[in-house]
Design a protein. Structure first.
Length: 186
């Protein structure tokens, strides 16, 4: 058991029927009254962020979560197959665990997996940016470039994204996986 004075960024503990990672924290010692810790917590499985305040007397059940680098190989229709690049051991991950990240997965991409103490895969993190090819988009019309907005496009993995008007089918673009937004043409 850890106390609130042990809280630090990246710490993962059991809280409200789930595992939460500390994103931000602040120890507060008011002039009057007891000290407390104000935190911003991210659910490891869903990614939802909540704010919570802990009293200094509270105890937290810290959970050891390991991060492993795996290489994405392919999707066999039921499972996503990843490989440990050091041991060449393959791991099958159900679609439920991968979730919406499947739109960013490209073969041979390195992904970080968070593995719990019981060897279960809790969450996955793709690289911060990925490069994908545009397979479908509206044609460019002269004069559209004056608009601030963009046009809808689809990438080779099926990701729907808004891109600038000058992007055409076959162009490769860089995408921020944290926000799902277009960054630049490659």
């Amino acid at each position: 058991m850890a106390s609130t004075s042990d809280i630090k960024n990246g710490m993962i503990f059991k809280f409200k029927h789930g595992l939460y990672e500390v994103v931000e924290f602040l120890h507060v010692k008011p002039g009057k009254g007891a000290a407390f810790v104000r935190t911003k917590l991210k659910n490891v499985e869903t990614g939802k962020v909540i704010d919570n305040t802990f009293r200094t007397s509270e105890k937290l059940e810290e959970v050891r979560v390991e991060k492993h680098k795996k290489e994405y190989l392919y999707f066999d229709g039921t499972f996503y197959v990843f490989m440990d690049t050091t041991t060449y051991e393959q791991v099958q991950v159900p679609k439920k665990v991968v979730g919406d990240l499947d739109k960013y997965l490209i073969e041979n991409m390195e992904v970080t997996m968070k593995v719990g103490p019981d060897e279960s895969i809790l969450a996955m993190e793709p690289p911060i940016t990925v490069i994908q090819e545009i397979t479908d988009c509206e044609p460019n019309v002269k004069g559209n470039s004056a608009s601030v907005s963009g046009k809808n496009a689809t990438t080779n993995t099926g990701l729907d994204i808004t891109v600038p008007f000058f992007i055409e089918i076959g162009d490769k673009i860089k995408i921020d996986t944290r926000t799902g937004e277009y960054m630049e043409r490659i």
